[in-house]
Design a protein around this ligand. Sequence first.
Ligand code: CMP
Length: 229
Amino acid sequence: MSQKDEEEAVRRAPIFTAIDEVSAASLRASMTAIKVTKGQVIFKEGDAGDRLFVVISGKLKLGTYSNDGRENLLSILGPGDMFGELSLFDPGPRTATATAVVDSKLLALAHDQVIGLVKEHPQVALQLLRRLAQRLRKANEVLSDLVFADVPGRVAKAIIELSERFGTQKDDGLHVNHDLTQEELAQLVGASRETVNKALADFATRGWVKLEPRAVIVLDYERLSKRGR
Ligand code: CMP
């Protein structure tokens, strides 16, 4: 990713979209840049939270753990995404563990700086509320899908959503470099690895996708998205 692409991604983050260039530049300068390597944990569920983060480049996963150590993935984040704000708006422990899926660059902003920003630019609050509302919509959808949709349907939907976030159209299809292991894909869908693999193999047999290590090439977007609806 070029530096220009990185800066454009940051500018799309909810705390930046509603402010003018000058304020954005000063906000950007007040944020701390952090580099994390693949597998590094940024914070753990239950930790005290005092900062929010914006992803500049790379990929992160947000997950929660059951008492017996199983992991559920809430979301995969990429450039321009923001996380770590819940413990600001509702002071309390972190609600999920954030881990780098690949080497990534982040920007961090202390929670009290966010409050200052919101006071100075009330329209930033609206952007943050919008993001929270979108997340609640999505969380409701995930819950409905867990109750009403079958595993292949949820796998198809997960690939389509990953393609919207990380897909690149090439001559031979839509390349979705999700960088997730099969185990992580299963944790994202909320099913066992075996069932998820079976669904993926079935999609491949039908010619809807081509499977690659940590990537999927979508060959028939139409059919796959229909299956995920
Ligand atoms: P916080 O609780 O501070 O730390 C974990 C972060 O994960 C949380 O803030 C949110 O930014 C993010 N998060 C929690 N739940 C979800 C979810 N369901 N979807 C997307 N992001 C989430």
